[in-house]
Design a binder for this molecule. Structure first.
Ligand code: SF4
Ligand SMILES: [Zn+2]
Ligand SMILES: [Zn+2]
Length: 302
């Protein structure tokens, strides 16, 4: 296949755009898509301090790499979730990235700083690992961003991630979640930091290709707890649909942003009060969801 722009040898074909690109024009395409998302949703400016949540996977490391390449002030935040070999390997990838680029990293260990790891939390709470993991990550992202006085927290969620989450939310008509599903969540004066997703115009395959071609080394293995997770199933279903009908995934997601999201926004208007334990914002009286779960984990013995 030939590059749509220069006629040279294409290194990737993008059926949803009916085009293919050589390495140089793929970089141009990819970086333009990130710029477009940042501009379209007014995510941040060059003066803002950005905290990028990194897992050691392709999406978050590519995001951090691209933002630094564009000249943004972007630091990283890595949370060691205590998931055995997966956490050790992902932590090493992040350390290598930081060393090679002289970047700044905030490092949090769930076991050392909060007293439990994800597998242990799942076992004690009798819940799927993603439930305490997601709760802990959301809490720590916000806390670290506030403590470090960052203007915005950026995550590496891509088009595939967001389309799969949207599919799950529509399947169950989770109107509250639909109201919160957007590339930008504004800060709340009650103590929630601004959150943005600059990779929503790019697929997993595209970020993987960018990582390989740009020399961003990442952990290829998925988290072992992702196997059997609902989002993984939704991704497979949407990938099958995409093969039959290229462009469906982006039409589904962008159509929601343009014509569906506003209808659900009212469902997310809730008052926040400080948690009586940690002071972070919560919609509940007393302890926030994180402190409730943590206190159960630290008191209930296996
Ligand atoms: S797959 Fe689940 S357990 Fe693993 S990192 Fe993601 S949310 Fe956490
Ligand atoms: Zn080209
Ligand atoms: Zn709390």
């Amino acid at each position: 296949m030939k590059c749509t722009k220069c006629g040279g040898r294409a290194v990737i074909d993008l059926k949803r755009h009916n085009s293919g690109f050589c390495k140089e024009h793929f970089f141009e395409y990819f970086e333009n898509q990130v710029r477009k998302a940042i501009d379209e949703f007014s995510m941040f400016g060059l003066r803002d301090r950005i905290l990028v949540a990194v897992s050691g996977g392709k999406d978050s490391l590519v995001l951090w790499d691209v933002l630094m390449r564009f000249g943004y002030q972007a630091d990283g935040l890595y949370i060691d979730l205590g998931i055995g070999e997966y956490s050790s390997a992902s932590s090493q990838k992040v350390r290598d990235f930081v060393l090679a680029r002289q970047a700044n990293l905030r490092h949090v260990s769930l076991e050392q700083d909060y007293g439990y790891g994800v597998p242990e939390a799942a076992r004690r709470l009798r819940r799927a690992a993603c439930s305490p993991c997601g709760l802990s990550k959301r809490y720590i992202f916000n806390r670290e961003a506030l403590e470090g006085s960052y203007d915005v927290l950026a995550t590496g969620h891509n088009l595939d991630d967001e389309a799969a989450v949207l599919f799950g939310n529509v399947l169950r008509w989770n109107t509250g979640y639909l109201g919160r599903q957007y590339p930008v969540l504004e800060e709340d004066p009650g103590g929630l930091v601004r959150k943005v997703k600059p990779l929503i115009r790019l697929t997993e395959r595209e970020t993987a290709a960018y990582a390989v071609l740009q020399g961003v080394d990442y952990i290829v293995e998925e988290c072992p707890k992702a196997i059997g997770a609902r989002t993984t199933l939704y991704k497979q279903l949407l990938n099958d649909l995409e093969i039959q009908s290229p462009g469906s995934k982006q039409q589904f997601l962008y159509g929601f942003y343009e014509r569906g999201h506003d209808s659900f926004e009212a469902s997310r208007d809730v008052a926040l009060t400080p948690c009586t334990e940690c002071g972070q914002p919560t919609t509940r009286e007393g302890l926030c969801a994180f402190c409730q779960v943590r206190s159960r984990l630290l008191t209930v013995r296996a």
